[in-house]
Ligand binder design. Sequence first.
Ligand SMILES: Nc1ncnc2c1ncn2[C@@H]1O[C@H](COP(=O)(O)OP(=O)(O)OP(=O)(O)O)[C@@H](O)[C@H]1O
Length: 500
Amino acid sequence: MVPSPSTSAPAETCGPVLPGSVCAVKLRCVFLLKCVSRRVCVCVCPVSYVERGRQHRWRCAQVTFTCPTEASCQRWVAGIRELLAANASRPRRLLVYINPYGGKKQGKRIYEQKVAPLFARAGVSTHVIVTEYANHARDHLRTEAELKQFDGVVCVGGDGMFSEIIHGLIWRTQVDGSVDPGCPDETLSPCSLRVGIIPAGSTDCICFATVGTNDPVTSALHIIVGDSQAMDVCSIHHNNTFLRYSVSLLGYGFYGDVLTDSERKRWMGPARYDLSGLKMFLTHHYYEGTVSYLPARGILGTPRDGARCRSGCVVCQHNGQLLSEKAERYETENDGEWRTIRGKFLAINAASMSCACPRSPKGLSPAAHLADGTTDLILVRKCSRFNFLRHLLRHTSKDDQFDLTFVEVHRVRRFRFTPRHCQSDSDLELDLRENNKGQIFSQICTDHPACGCAPAYSSWNCDGEILTHTAIDVRVHCQLIKLFARGIEELESGLCVTVT
Ligand SMILES: Nc1ncnc2c1ncn2[C@@H]1O[C@H](COP(=O)(O)OP(=O)(O)OP(=O)(O)O)[C@@H](O)[C@H]1O
């Protein structure tokens, strides 16, 4: 069988498909094979494969092979199909949840027009559920879904929809494995089913951070070829009561206030984030409280080493192995090393990934890792509006946003926050002793909203949802879930990252 001259594969592809050639290892990228007799003596065989486009986009392309006889063509098709069938990482049956109201309400159309035809072509069967209310997907996964029938779960929607899926899946995995998901000190069981994200929301940050682009076709192709990317998950508790899981940003102060304000402006669409951002920047509220954290020790990487988390990241591999092998010993050994910081903060952020998005390509913490078992705790202390603006602008420039006297960043395994109004009497006494007279006066004002001073507390923005409590205990669970993704590929190298 030889490729016909007019249809040979272009140079930069992820899956040329000729068995026996150097690229035969990439056969999992093939997803359609059929043998069609064109003429009496020539048989053609169109083969679909993945082609890389610009900016991490993938496209489905086709190459046609010709055979002198139908019998030899059938043999090639059967041989290649056998190889594909032996590839255990490719999903065969998927459970798909579509949020018809996410983003611009295009979820159903995007799935039907762009994704379903690709799944059908690749021989992936699906069970599709269009959600009827918020938390429908989460509740279905928790209780009803027959998970054993599926190789993965796909959500069509935004970050909120992804959050629903992981809440359902993590909870179900713990309950099925007799682990108490409500206890902050439990070691959670990793989820065996992978999760795919077809972006159809307003921001789609998690898809962007794990694939490098928000494109439904690219995401569908990552699912079809069976990519796998591990991801850390933070569990958040208040007084030993479970609140939520988080995979990207936990933000108190500025980012909490922006979300609270933007929720009131939902009718504006994505523009609400700009308006609320500007409003909260001008309002310039700061909040008092105590942050204590358990630093991540003995692992590779620091928040300021400039090492970006990319496809096949060695930091994630190394730390993931270290933490999974020594999880319990590690936690006990580190238990005595809690550190505490009291102060007035404009923002307290925990970034479990870079949180890069099209507007902030570097993200909140450019060197944060998807699966290294840590989160980057960023503390922005009270400063002038001008200085805070400098810090914010550095998220979009080459300058280091942490290289400012009022900003500090720590890579941590666990942290706790207590707003000042929740602190115990002994803690408050300690604060009073540490503060000077002027600061005591300002505290009296914050306790009395009628005087028009800054409010005493903000809210936590947890991956785009508001938490119901401000005093929280956050713990990172290393590589708790897996996505149908491979992390962002380093395109500068010009090399095809091997499809293993
Ligand atoms: N059928 C439904 N009706 C109403 N709300 C739903 C339905 N299905 C899911 N939801 C909820 O809609 C919320 C928003 O959905 P989604 O995340 O898909 O879009 P988005 O908010 O526009 O995007 P992003 O989160 O990326 O900004 C989610 O919190 C989800 O729980």
